[in-house]
Write a protein of this length. Structure first.
Ligand SMILES: Cc1ncc(COP(=O)(O)O)c(C=O)c1O
Length: 412
């Protein structure tokens, strides 16, 4: 799917741009292999956020003074930057939220609450993060909709050979992840959206794990909604995005009530702004949006195709070296995968293993990764997960292998 690109990026220099990576943890150099949970932030983003607070900070859209105008201009420019980054037709298709979870809840509660009814089917997959599962369960319970799931094959890919039997005309919403946060599986999103369109289903993509790691264009994918979080793509926490195709956002009612989202309010009744402001009640995360635009500048300066290749190369190298560790089993696809590796070690429970690794400064994640149904599908309660990003190196992977070898001896 993605062509190999020869890297011209100076990766060690990139690493230097992330101050936190100079931290020492338990007397060791930090190895941060938990970027699927949250990425680290480069100086370029930290500086922009600091500069905002030092020179522009004020509330947006409300004030008639200079600082408010500066903040508003920067905030709205950031919306345009996001639109360009994901190939949206215009900035009005970009709603700022707190993150992927809030974006998905917005789709479920506001769009789903209006357009889905009792008996309709919401099609999800067995590999969804809880945020793309529980949000739909809450709605289904409330309105009497039915949930259906695309199963996962033993190799961690989606079982889509018989998708037509699941994607029937009763399906009104097909919501799925782009990249699995546990397995690293990359789903064929363009094909899935085309199939959904054939039966008239609306599509919603969880791009939390893909957005900062690979090129992504919503018009080429052909999705109706797409959700992501800033903190997984070098931006601050507390900012995220819901992309919604213009016609569909236009038809979606507001969900949170408050300031900023209204045209007029009387004691009897209110009228609402057009999207995206209709969905942004209250003071937004202004610094977060500005930081997100800075992160986009940063990532595009390097190149998303280059970042993708870097992640994939590291994952391939790690998968190769992991075969040297006794009793280690990887869960997930061998090919066409992102830089997220889930594994089980005979010697130790994932919690014990990650705690052990932390003693050597290695940050991994152990547990169900908000994927309990997926863990059940593979007959485990959790895995250990190593996830890579642009600042990670092969030397760090070598060090991880050494630490895993130590764990084999320690837990014997
Ligand atoms: C695939 C996926 N979806 C959704 C989320 C939720 O993201 P957030 O907690 O930023 O809302 C995550 C976070 O781990 C994720 O990996």
């Amino acid at each position: 799917m993605h062509k190999a690109v020869k890297s011209t990026v100076d990766w060690p220099a990139i690493r230097e741009e992330f101050p936190i990576l100079r931290e020492r943890v338990n007397g060791h150099a930090l190895i941060y292999f938990d970027s699927a949970a949250s990425s680290q932030k480069p100086t370029a983003v930290l500086d922009v956020v600091r500069n905002y607070y030092e020179h522009e900070n004020a509330n947006v859209h409300r004030g008639l003074h200079t600082l408010s105008a500066r903040a508003t201009e920067h905030y709205e420019k950031s919306r345009q930057r996001v639109a360009d980054f994901i190939g949206a037709k215009n900035a009005d298709e970009i709603v700022f939220t707190r993150g992927t979870t809030e974006s998905i809840n917005l789709v479920a509660q506001a769009w789903g609450g209006k357009f889905l009814k009792s008996g309709d089917v919401i099609l999800l997959t067995e590999m969804e993060h809880h945020s793309n599962l529980v949000s739909w369960q809450l709605l289904a319970e409330r309105i009497g909709a039915r949930l259906r799931y695309v199963p996962v094959n033993d190799d961690g890919t989606l079982k889509i050979d018989n998708l037509d039997s699941l994607l029937t005309p009763e399906v009104k919403m097909f919501a799925f992840t782009h990249v699995s946060n546990s397995l690293g599986t990359i789903n064929p999103v363009t094909k899935l959206c085309a199939k959904a369109r054939n039966v008239g289903a609306v599509t919603s993509i969880d791009a939390a794990q893909s957005i900062g790691h690979m090129p992504l264009n919503v018009q080429e994918i052909g999705c109706d909604f797409l959700a992501f979080s800033g903190h997984k793509m070098c931006a601050p926490t507390g900012i995220g995005v819901l992309y919604g195709r213009a016609e569909i956002l236009e038809a979606t009612p507001p969900w949170h009530g408050g300031g900023e989202m209204i045209v007029s309010v009387s004691l009897e009744k209110s009228s609402y702004k057009k999207p995206p402001h209709r969905f942004e009640a209250g003071t937004p995360n202004i610094a977060g949006a500005i930081g997100l635009a800075a992160a986009i500048d940063y990532l595009e300066g390097i190149g998303r195709e280059q970042i993708f290749q870097h992640d994939v190369d590291l994952a391939r190298y790690a998968l190769d070296r992991m075969t040297e560790v006794k009793g280690l089993r990887v869960i997930g696809p061998k090919e066409n995968r992102a830089g997220v590796i889930s594994f089980i070690m005979e010697a130790a429970h994932p919690h014990d293993l990650t705690t052990f690794a932390d003693r050597y400064g290695l940050a991994m994640r152990g547990g169900h990764h908000c994927n309990q149904p997926l863990m059940k599908r593979f007959g485990v309660t959790g895995t250990t997960r190593a996830s890579f990003y642009l600042y990670n190196t092969r030397e760090e992977v070598d060090r991880m292998i050494e630490i895993l070898q130590k764990a084999v001896a320690f837990f014997k």
